[in-house]
Design a protein. Structure first.
Length: 97
């Protein structure tokens, strides 16, 4: 079964129950072609992964599609995108977890 399709069929409640950090790490690993084991909650997007604004937008769109969520630009501050952990916390907030 296609993994993306399964995620898209989940309700927001089911998405909130998943390990959000693991999903963020999986998306970052796929995007950067790095092993997920080398990405932690403390991994910094700009300093450690050399993300620029284009990479940030690509990751946000990937997470929206993978997790069936929507980021609200009015509530998304720069602090939410410092580390994998801070982004995961923001996604958990969106999912209500």
């Amino acid at each position: 079964m296609d993994g993306a399709k399964v995620l898209a069929e989940e309700t927001p409640e089911q998405a909130a129950g998943r390990d959000v950090t693991r999903e963020v790490i999986r998306s970052v690993a796929a995007m950067t072609r790095r092993p997920p084991e080398g990405i932690t909650e403390g991994t910094r997007f700009h300093q450690d992964l050399d993300f620029d604004s284009t990479n940030v937008l690509e990751l946000l769109m990937r997470l929206e599609a993978d997790l069936d969520i929507e980021f609200d630009p009015d509530t998304f501050g720069a602090g939410a995108f410092e580390t994998v952990g801070s982004l995961s916390a923001h996604v958990r907030q969106i999912c209500g977890a």
